[in-house]
Design a protein around this ligand. Structure first.
Ligand SMILES: Nc1ncnc2c1ncn2[C@@H]1O[C@H](COP(=O)(O)OP(=O)(O)O)[C@@H](O)[C@H]1O
Ligand SMILES: O=C(CO)[C@@H](O)[C@H](O)COP(=O)(O)O
Length: 553
């Protein structure tokens, strides 16, 4: 077959192993969607009893997932692709995206099982509980490692040093403090762990048939990687746990081709033996890669967590928030703010105020004026990340920071529509205030691109446009992290197959060359939005300060 015909048949496979689901997308050589399939953990794998994809742990602030659930989800999602008659024999490159910070601890048996998979059996019958020495994998929702955060920062000279080295002070969900907790509380398990993966490198390992390397961008979420040198910081490793570097392996670029897909996938799913496995990365870096926007854009992902992302020329030393190695531009960085109380809180209000119907939710939201007659609310149902605060506070129009009843607030607003607008405006004011406090500037040039499950909701997007006073766009595919995985597979393949450097384009030029009209303007700010929401920012700050001060450890 002529080369051009062969190239035209090439496809690229991307995965997104996020908090609530595993999703797959198959793109053709023009980067158009050929097939998608997904597995929702709560409903498709009820035997693991997850809520929103996670299990609450036995101790305060603990959250985990049983890694076998993710393995089983991979069996199902691949079968669902095959059931759609997706031709996996055309796949020339695979990559993935995954929830950040979670850590998996491979046993000697698990590594051997990876290397000797039997194509007649399901993955989950071979990569089972015995493959991991820790069967309750801590995930990003876990906030139980404040002690380990303090110990690591102290050991390397304080949190300023940690920020300068790793792009972030120690956060409870970050992988370094989580590994330290396993080392301290389950020392034998740590000693038996031959390798440690992030969720993203675990995803790559399944296809590679051996433990895959961690990429620079997701590795930036560990408090272990020196983000300027793109190597593990020896002082941070030593502050975390002994003999850690061998367990992590060398970090790699996000476009690294880790090897060919293992024989298991050739035999069981007809992947070509030359199908390349490209380094996987965190869902937020992958989302940034999937959104293809430049420095004038603020990217927002409305998933289980709400995250704000932007491209940065230099790594600022952020007091709060995170700087990661950029997923596609080797000399740039990525700013990231993560808000824990995102979609699950909106879901809870959809159930309690709108009969679990998003159309009803939107009618109620749209029926109240911007500013909500002065009613505001913060709902930190779970421990929020920035600020570190938990609880609910509702203020009516007469309340402010100096009111005698400021800390108590009101118990409930008078109607579902007031409740829903107070929730959404409060969330977006929180996002804007923290972003501005972290030095993220929004000017007349700022555009906002929103992705994630809730990005299909135009009423919520309108609140974002008004609170940020900026036009809001979306993409045709609402899941940029998933797209970013397939795009990165395609570009890594382009790099690999174009040794002639003259023909190599930049990542954005290569992808945009094939997907030119990927942005859609959804809503613009109302003219009075600045005059309404800028004064509300101070009321938000006063409310957040009250919840923060009420926190009892
Ligand atoms: N129409 C909608 N309006 C608001 N939120 C929505 C809507 N549809 C789905 N969602 C939210 O999207 C969330 C899932 O987003 P997703 O990005 O898939 O999560 P994750 O990537 O964290 O697994 C769900 O928790 C759900 O509440
Ligand atoms: O902790 C973070 C980022 O630092 C979260 O964003 C996780 O990466 C989970 O992502 P979603 O499942 O919410 O997309």
């Amino acid at each position: 077959m002529p080369q051009e015909e062969q190239d035209a048949k090439q496809t690229f496979l991307g995965f997104d192993l996020s908090t609530q689901k595993l999703k797959a997308i198959l793109l053709n050589s023009e980067l158009n969607v050929v097939a998608t399939a997904e597995v929702k953990f709560d409903s498709d794998l009820p035997e693991f009893r997850t809520i929103g994809g996670a299990n609450p742990g036995p101790n305060k602030f603990e959250y985990f997932v049983q890694p076998v659930m993710w393995v089983k989800a991979m069996d199902i999602v691949l079968d669902r692709l095959v059931m759609q008659e997706a031709d996996l024999s055309t796949v020339v490159a695979i990559s993935g995206s995954a929830q950040q910070h979670g850590s998996l601890y491979w046993s000697k048996h698990g590594i051997a099982a990876l290397q000797n998979l039997d194509a007649d059996k399901f993955l989950h019958s071979q990569i089972d509980d015995s493959a991991f020495v820790v069967n309750r994998t801590p995930i990003w929702m876990d906030a139980s490692t404040l002690k380990q955060c303090f110990e690591m920062e102290t050991a390397i000279g304080g949190h300023t040093e940690m920020v300068q080295k790793t792009g972030s002070k120690c956060y409870a969900r970050f992988t370094g403090p989580q590994i330290r907790k396993i080392y301290q509380q389950r020392t034998h398990a740590y000693e038996d762990a031959r390798r440690i993966s992030l969720v993203s490198s675990f995803l790559a390992s399944l296809f590679l048939g051996k433990v895959a390397s961690i990429d620079y961008a997701d590795g930036s979420g560990m408090n272990l990687l020196d983000i300027r040198n793109k190597t593990w910081s020896k002082t941070c490793l030593n502050a975390c746990a002994p003999d850690l570097e061998d367990r992590l392996g060398e970090p790699v670029s996000g476009f690294s081709i880790l090897g060919n897909v293992s024989d298991y996938f050739v035999q069981r799913f007809c992947f070509p033996p030359t199908c390349k496995v490209v380094a996987c990365t965190g869902d937020n870096p992958s989302a940034l890669a999937g959104m293809l926007v430049d420095k004038n854009w603020l990217s927002i992902s409305l998933g289980t967590s709400d995250t704000l992302m932007m491209t940065l020329d230099e790594p600022p030393n952020l007091e709060e928030g995170h700087v990661l190695c950029h997923p596609t531009e080797s000399h740039e960085y990525m700013g990231l703010l993560c808000f824990r109380n995102g979609s699950l809180v909106r879901e809870a209000f959809n159930k309690s105020e709108a009969d679990n119907n998003w159309e009803t939710f939107n009618e109620l939201l749209d029926s109240t004026p911007r500013g909500n007659f002065g009613n505001m609310a913060l709902h930190f149902n779970e421990m929020e990340i920035i600020p570190k605060a938990k609880g609910t506070l509702r203020w009516n129009k007469d309340m402010n920071g100096s009111s005698h009843d400021a800390a108590k607030g009101v118990l409930k607003f008078s109607s579902p529509q007031i409740e829903i607008r107070a929730l959404v405006e409060g969330q977006m004011l929180h996002h804007r205030a923290i972003a501005e406090d972290m030095g993220f500037h929004f000017g007349s040039q700022t555009n906002i691109l929103v992705t994630g499950g809730a990005s299909v909701n135009k009423s919520i997007l309108q609140v974002i446009a008004d609170v940020f006073s900026a036009p809001v766009y979306t993409q045709n595919e609402s899941e940029a992290a998933l797209l970013g995985a397939a795009y990165r597979a395609a570009y890594a393949y382009h790099l690999h197959h174009n040794s002639n450097t003259e023909s190599i384009k930049s990542y954005r030029d290569y992808i945009l060359g094939q997907t030119p009209n990927h942005l859609k303007l959804v809503c613009e700010p109302n003219k009075d939005s600045g005059s309404i929401y800028t004064p509300m920012l101070q009321r938000y700050r006063d409310m957040a300060h009250i919840l923060e001060s009420q926190l009892t450890h």
